[in-house]
Design a protein around this ligand. Structure first.
Ligand code: MG
Length: 404
């Protein structure tokens, strides 16, 4: 599924036309830095944003994509007058799928926030594109649909989430010719590392009085608000656990979660002979993004390096699932599958919004998700349309639960 390093270099140019979906977010911005540093090997063929047309226009002037898309119909269109002449402009949520299918795109980087990313992820895979996947919700909500499409279409999928990229890299330490996306029999367990967020040392009692400002101050990664809160509740890790199960075909009982505050070991694979292989690097998303856009090849790039003249030390402790019940919830979602991911993801998005607007205390975010999961009628194999109906249902139920 990935190019083997022993193959002779291909005479044709590298397929480096990238569609960056979610170009104004932290992953999208980092991806544009990787593209800029590639010396023309990678090109931004298409860019999309949700509503930040000012950032879109700025990026388009610099990268000259053939097409840009704005998902939000109501976004301010004035900045688009600055687009280079001849740039095609699309509007509306479906425009991301249109971009993902374009003939002049080789790789789709899906860095959209939320379950809206699922449709463009599926469009990219169905169109035979290489998928660089940063949108967790695609797998949390629609893991079965996405992985079925990947297998059916023989598509190449490269994880961009730093933990899954680390597992992907560590799995390469297996015997030759193993599928990079199947953990297989040589693997005993996958070990996800978590920074622990800002509250790793707080007691359950102290977690009840967390403020919005405290929750938004992540110690190691600078990210959007939603994912920063998910990191503080550890719901982000719960979703990564679900994501890992789908990506690597492994059951949740074979995934461990370790708190590792320095965020330099991005995750590990424990093999059946007791060897543990890890991927280390300074926390910098440009590395996993670059590895995905280069389709698993290693080339020089802009990611930060360790300074080997400085001491390097780190700690690692098991996560306390009583203080961070999100992890237990993630295991339940991963083992039941079906409609559970769509419901918990939607409940969490709604609960995080309520927390950020001061309507829900921090420690009730995961409780809201657990409650709504408990109310829902389980469905084993929901269709794409059904997943979006379940998403809408879960949002309403969560709002009701919050107002109780
Ligand atoms: Mg991650």
């Amino acid at each position: 599924m990935i190019p083997q390093t022993c193959q002779p270099p291909s005479p044709s140019p590298f397929p480096g036309n990238i569609a960056v979906l979610g170009a104004s977010g932290s992953i999208g911005t980092a991806a544009l830095e990787v593209i800029a540093a590639s010396g023309g090997v990678l090109r931004a063929a298409a860019l999309s944003v949700h509503h930040d047309t000012a950032k879109l226009a700025e990026a388009a002037c610099r990268f000259r994509p053939a097409v840009v898309a704005v998902a939000d119909q109501h976004a301010d269109r004035a900045p688009l007058s600055r687009l280079p002449a001849g740039t095609e402009v699309l509007f509306g949520p479906e425009s991301l799928e249109t971009i993902a299918r374009r003939a002049d795109v080789d790789t789709v980087l899906c860095a959209v926030v939320g379950c809206a990313g699922l449709r463009s992820t599926l469009a990219a895979v169905e169109a035979g594109k290489t998928l660089a996947l940063a949108n967790k919700e695609s797998l949390v909500t629609g893991g079965e649909l996405v992985m079925d499409a990947v297998r059916r279409r023989g598509a190449a999928l490269f994880p961009v989430d730093s933990e899954h990229s680390a597992i992907y890299q560590s799995l390469r330490a297996r015997s030759a010719a193993a599928d990079p996306l199947v953990a297989g029999q040589e693997v005993k367990s996958l070990v996800l590392t978590a920074s622990g967020g800002p509250f790793k040392d707080r007691t359950a009692e102290e977690l009840k009085s967390v403020t919005i400002g405290e929750a938004l101050a992540h110690p190691t990664w600078k990210m959007g608000k939603k994912i920063t809160i998910d990191s503080a509740t550890m719901m982000n890790k719960a979703f990564e656990l679900v994501e890992a199960c789908w990506l690597f075909g492994i059951t949740p009982d074979r995934i461990e979660v370790m708190i590792h505050p320095q965020s330099v070991i991005h995750s590990m694979v424990e093999f059946i002979d007791s060897a543990v292989v890890a991927q280390l690097s300074p926390p910098d998303m440009r590395l996993p993004i670059q590895l995905a856009l280069y389709r698993g090849r290693r080339l020089g790039g802009p990611a930060r390096r360790f300074d080997w003249r400085q001491p390097l030390s780190f700690e690692m402790v098991p996560v306390d699932e009583d203080r961070f019940p999100a992890i237990r919830l993630g295991r339940e979602v991963a083992s039941r599958g079906g409609s559970c991911g769509a419901v918990v993801n939607a409940a969490n998005e709604t609960a995080v919004e309520a927390f950020l607007s001061g309507r829900l205390p921090f420690h009730k975010i995961v409780a809201a998700c657990q409650a709504v999961l408990g109310y829902h009628q389980f469905e084993a194999h929901p269709t794409l349309d059904r997943l979006f109906e379940l998403d809408a249902w879960a949002r309403k139920e969560t709002l009701k639960w919050i107002s109780l």
